[in-house]
Design a protein. Sequence first.
Length: 262
Amino acid sequence: LVIAFIMAPATIVGIYTWIQGRGFTGHPRHSNMMDSAWWALTLWIFVSYPTLSMRVLETFNCDDQLELLMADFNEKCPNLDLGYLFLYSMVFSGIYPLGIPLFLTRTLYAYQVPRMARHKINTALLDAMIIRFKKMTTSKESEVVSKIIGNMTDPLFEKRVMLLFEKIDVECEINMVTMVQALKDMGLSKVTEKTMRMLKRRFGARGDKTLLPMDLLELIKEMAGSRLLFHGHEHLDELTTAQMKALCSHNWGKAAVGLQSA
């Protein structure tokens, strides 16, 4: 009766559209109605499962001395005569205690709930991995570049670097003195030794070379390192080759040992 009441709206609408010649599923909201009906049916089955199962299994609980059913002493133990009550118990044991879990499992897989759960777990693990990666690879330079330029995954990253080039120097080239001053203006009050090595590779040991816009882009990427490869909301199936390479080539073991020692 409860199942018929739950499925009645979708069934009535399906019959109505079928009479009109549009088919049983011809109504535009038929799928939504069926989803609601399945949700209500699943909820009712889940709530009623303990009571129904207990009632059925009580038919196997007998008083051995009196050979009577514990739930009703007016009935003989069905395990002795293998009559109607025994058949009833066996059939409904398959329907309720065993059938309901199988039905719920089938419903979960039909709506791909396990796949969604695995996807959420993988996404959470990936987020934690990226957060740990960014903490391990963070430097003062990468933080400053991240605030000013953004992430390398941003389509506007190169455009922002070009705007930064024009802001540093309106001319077509940038020399080392201008670049060092620009870094200080960005918030790097003291240029680190690592940054100086990068600058010397780009400007030369004597600092007599200059940078063009594309040279500045490569320098910014080098200063940012791998940190700017991630924006923190990646999905496992959407990772680029560069992002996968950065995560796989990172020395996680050495970093973990260093943190543990510290």
